[in-house]
Every structure is written in structure tokens, then in C-alpha cells.
Design a protein around this ligand. Structure first.
Ligand code: AQP
Length: 332
């Protein structure tokens, strides 16, 4: 039998992406595309679990498609598509809901965090987010899922749901495995490194966006929180700010954290922060100009997304048909 090399991941078009999304997800998507059969989605169905401005959501969906490509994702090698273009995601989610317990969902860290952040809109979709994510992955029979550490708990639930379904009927879903990169799997907020850097963080100074211009990037890094130890060392427990900056540098300079530590031995925090900022800004400049160029060519982007949706639908509908048959849905 042919080895299963299918890989699935997605990013929500909730805001401009941060360097955390790049480090934990997109950079790895590019590296993995040569060795795996990759499905990369723009998760707009997940995005609406938090209220979105419709015109902005539409705009950011296309911007994310352009960004994926500008970062190096090749639409001829991967299936790049928009989640809502494949209705099987919602259909499988409904079935999987009946294999998921309310108590499990209430325990999810992201649900608790987002419920606190959006106390006026704790909707069912917010709670159901991990089940939709399970549907995303399981539809493609994906064996590998590259995500940041913040998604580990959700991936575990996807595995549990897959196993539950397989045990109830017969082997139907591939049980997915997470791929977590060593460097950059969890980038912290620059103002509060204990918190993950997030697209929709309230304090925009703590998040560096892939769309930030050079001056903004450098200004944000100059303001980054460090400590009073005056020593550039990777020690997340005692020096969370400095360690976070070293992780960021290692991702953007393509060096190991140990190499980075060595490079900044004896360097003052001011110069260290400036060097990290300049390295990030240098890496972002060509991505930004390529994204801008692609956004001028809407017909090309629409074509990529249309063809991606067709390929995704073909695979997803095969799994959905199998599921419907197993659970006893009458077909004509
Ligand atoms: N700080 C981070 N460090 C490393 N990886 C991260 N990811 C997110 N933040 C970091 C990874 O990015 C991918 C896409 O995430 P998502 O858009 O699906 O949602 P998210 O994890 O909820 O990301 P954000 O930035 O925090 O978005 P908002 O603010 O809208 O909720 C995932 O692989 C994630 O692990």
C-alpha cells in the first residue's frame, strides 16, 4: 500500500498574520511542501467564531492567499483553498459533534481564553472550534498536522474523536500526528512574553505583524520587555523576554538558538534588540513586496483558490461519503 504522506494545516484570516503565525506555522508549511501531500486552508469558518467585519474578512481572505504564496507556498505543489468553499467541513463537523462531549470542549484552554476575551459573545461555534478542526483534518485523512504548541490540545481532541469513531464503526479516519518545530513553536508577546503572540491581541505593540513596515518592526523590538540580568541567554524560566527574542532571531536568521546565543555573547540588550528587529525586517521586506504584487492580480489568486477548492472537494467528499454510509445515512 502507498504510504500516507498527507498533511493538513490552516490559518484563520482573523487579522494580519504575526511573526508567531509565521514561526509556528507558515514557515514550516513551505519547508514541508516538497516532502508531503499538503493541504493548506484559509480557515474563514473558524474565524467567524469571533465577530468579524464582513468586508474585512473578505479582504483578509485574499490577503492570506497572497501571503501564503509570497512566503513560498507553491500552489502547484500544494492544495491551497478557502475552508468555506468545501461544504464537507461543516457536514463532517456536524457528525463529529455527536462523538464529542460537552465537558471535553469546556476544558479547552483556547475556549476558556477566548470566552474571557469575548465575554459578550460566547457562542456555540467558539466552543465547537476543536470539532471543526477535527473535521478539517480528518476529511483529508491527514497523517501529519504542523501547528504551534498552542494547538496541541486541539490536535489531541482530533485524535480522540478519530479513534472514537473508528472504534464505533471500523477504521475510517487516519489518526493524525502533530508536527511541532523545535524553534518558534511558541512565540511570546513582546510586551508580555508569558502570553503567546496573537493576531488579535489587544496591545498591538506586543505583536509584530508580517505587514508591519521596517520602522514599526524595529520600534516594537526596541520596546520589547527584557530583564535586569544583562546577559543574552536562553533561559525561558528566568529570562522569558530575552529567550523569546532569541527564539525569534533563530527562526528569522535560520540559525539554532545556541548559535544565536553565541553570536550575542557580551552584547548589550539595546544592540541585541536592534539586531533582532533588523533581521526580522530584512526577512519581511521581500515577502511584503511579493504579497503586494500578487494582490494586484486578483484573477490569478481567484484561479488558484478555485482550483484548490476543486481538488480539496474531491478528497473531502470521498471521506464524507464513507462516513455517511457507516453511520447509516440513506443514500439515493
Ligand atoms: N505565538 C505563536 N507562536 C507559534 N505559533 C503560533 N501560532 C499562532 N500563534 C503562535 C500558530 O499559527 C497557526 C495559525 O493559527 P490560527 O490563525 O489558526 O489561530 P491561532 O492559533 O488562534 O492564532 P492567533 O494568532 O492567536 O489568532 P487569533 O488571535 O485570531 O486567535 C497555528 O498553527 C498556531 O499554532
Amino acid at each position: 500500500m502507498e504510504e500516507n504522506r498527507k498533511l493538513y494545516s490552516a490559518v484563520q484570516p482573523t487579522n494580519n498574520l504575526t511573526i508567531g503565525n509565521y514561526a509556528g506555522a507558515v514557515k514550516n508549511f513551505v519547508a514541508l511542501q516538497n516532502d508531503y501531500d499538503c493541504f493548506y486552508a484559509i480557515a474563514n469558518m473558524h474565524a467567524i467564531t469571533v465577530r468579524q467585519e464582513p468586508a474585512e474578512l473578505r479582504k483578509r481572505t485574499l490577503a492570506l492567499a497572497a501571503l501564503y504564496i509570497a512566503c513560498g507556498i507553491d500552489p502547484d505543489k500544494c492544495v491551497l483553498y478557502v475552508q468555506s468553499h468545501v461544504s464537507a467541513h461543516a457536514e463532517l463537523c456536524w457528525v463529529l459533534n455527536t462523538f464529542t462531549y460537552v465537558g471535553e470542549m469546556e476544558r479547552m484552554t483556547q475556549f476558556k481564553d477566548k470566552s474571557r476575551k469575548h465575554a459578550d459573545n460566547i457562542n456555540m461555534g467558539l466552543m465547537d472550534y476543536p470539532v471543526l478542526m477535527a473535521a478539517d483534518i480528518l476529511l483529508y485523512q491527514a497523517r501529519f498536522v504542523p501547528v504551534g504548541q498552542d494547538q496541541r490540545q486541539h490536535l489531541e481532541i482530533s485524535r480522540d474523536i478519530a479513534q472514537r469513531f473508528n472504534n464505533a464503526y471500523s477504521p475510517t479516519f487516519t489518526v493524525p500526528e502533530g508536527i511541532y518545530m523545535k524553534a518558534g513553536a511558541k512565540i511570546g508577546d513582546l510586551s508580555d512574553p508569558a502570553k503567546k503572540m496573537s493576531k488579535s491581541a489587544e496591545n498591538a505593540n506586543g505583536s509584530v505583524f508580517l505587514t508591519d513596515d521596517r520602522d514599526t518592526v524595529i520600534r516594537k523590538f526596541k520596546r520589547a520587555v527584557t530583564d535586569s540580568l544583562s546577559c543574552v541567554k536562553y533561559d525561558p524560566e528566568n529570562q522569558p523576554g530575552v529567550s523569546n527574542l532569541l527564539s525569534i532571531y533563530s527562526v528569522f536568521a535560520n540559525k539554532s538558538v545556541a548559535e544565536a546565543e553565541k553570536e550575542f555573547e557580551g552584547v548589550g540588550y539595546g544592540d541585541f534588540k536592534l539586531a533582532v528587529g533588523e533581521t526580522v525586517a530584512d526577512m519581511l521586506a521581500p515577502i511584503q513586496s511579493e504579497q503586494a504584487r500578487l494582490l494586484q492580480d486578483k484573477a490569478y489568486l481567484d484561479g488558484v483558490l478555485k482550483s484548490g477548492a476543486e481538488k480539496a472537494r474531491y478528497v473531502a467528499n470521498k471521506t464524507l461519503a464513507k462516513v455517511y454510509k457507516k453511520i447509516g445515512f440513506y443514500g439515493v
